[in-house]
Design a protein around this ligand. Structure first.
Ligand SMILES: CCCCCCCCCC(=O)SCCNC(=O)CCNC(=O)[C@H](O)C(C)(C)COP(=O)(O)OP(=O)(O)OC[C@H]1O[C@@H](n2cnc3c(N)ncnc32)[C@H](O)[C@@H]1OP(=O)(O)O
Length: 226
């Protein structure tokens, strides 16, 4: 089953849901941080666990089948709310709020806390790769050519400290269905990780976009999600 879902929901309803689920996911992020760092006594841990399990059971009473997917409404607004980097409803996502411009630039300022640790006090290298994969993909999408990551190459120049960070990406060049993007993560002292990657509009998506463009005549399909 495709996880690209067309839904008949208004912008107002999307905002209502964002205001409801965004803070829920944020509370769970706080919970993850608290679980890593708590020093309360054993009985408190046992009581907290029972409380958390009860809440999980309540939320499981009614669930969608499978993952959230990417949902579009008739206005072409896309919601990737389960996405591991930007997902509004995903407590695993930091989440990044990515800014774009139409020239294919994307940037975000964000905070990574204890849940993203690799080496002591430093961001896990896989987490940096996760973030840069998304950022380079966002740049490709901002330039009008969204795609799947074909190859992503990273250079870890120095450790990335946990805390306040910035990521940037832009399109280097476009060759047909392939968009080459570059980017980096930086702390206050400068760049810590550099990335380059190629994002490929898959054959199946080319066909789907051509069909959609024919149906919508000159109106371009959505190329950006939040
Ligand atoms: C606005 C959106 C914002 C969202 C950003 C999201 C960012 C996150 C993105 C991801 O995490 S995506 C998930 C990780 N990636 C994957 O799971 C991709 C898995 N691989 C595939 O689905 C296909 O292999 C792929 C779409 C990459 C290519 O399949 P196709 O059948 O469409 O391509 P094809 O084999 O016809 O090759 C087209 C061109 O791409 C080249 N190519 C194919 N695979 C490649 C590869 N892996 N690396 C580099 N180049 C590759 C291939 O050589 C060829 O070049 P030429 O046209 O010059 O001959």
């Amino acid at each position: 089953m495709s996880r690209y879902v067309q839904e008949d929901v208004s912008s107002e309803e999307i905002e209502r849901q964002r205001a409801l689920y965004g803070p829920l996911a944020q509370s769970v992020r706080e919970l993850a941080d608290a679980v890593i760092r708590t020093e309360v006594d054993d009985a408190e841990i046992a009581a907290a666990r029972a409380g958390i399990e009860a809440i999980t059971e309540r939320l499981r009473e009614r669930q969608i089948a499978g993952s959230y997917g990417v949902r579009f409404n008739a206005a072409g607004e896309g919601r990737a709310w389960g996405n591991a980097v930007v997902g509004t409803r995903n407590p695993v996502a930091p989440p990044l709020k990515v800014h774009h411009d139409s020239s294919g630039r994307a940037w975000a300022e964000f905070h990574l806390g204890a849940a993203y640790e690799g080496p002591p006090g430093l961001v896990h290298g896989g987490v940096s790769a996760l973030i840069l994969d998304q950022m380079l993909g966002e740049a490709a999408g901002a330039g009008g050519k969204p795609g799947m990551t074909g190859t992503l190459t990273l250079r870890y120049r120095r450790g990335t400290p946990l805390g306040e960070l910035r990521a940037e990406a832009h399109i280097d060049r476009v060759e047909g269905v392939k968009t080459y993007a570059v980017g980096h993560v930086a702390d206050a002292e400068g760049v810590t990780v550099e990335a380059e990657g190629v994002f490929i509009l898959p054959k199946w998506a080319c066909r789907a976009l051509e069909k959609q463009a024919r149906e919508q005549q000159d109106e371009p399909p959505p190329t950006r999600f939040e």
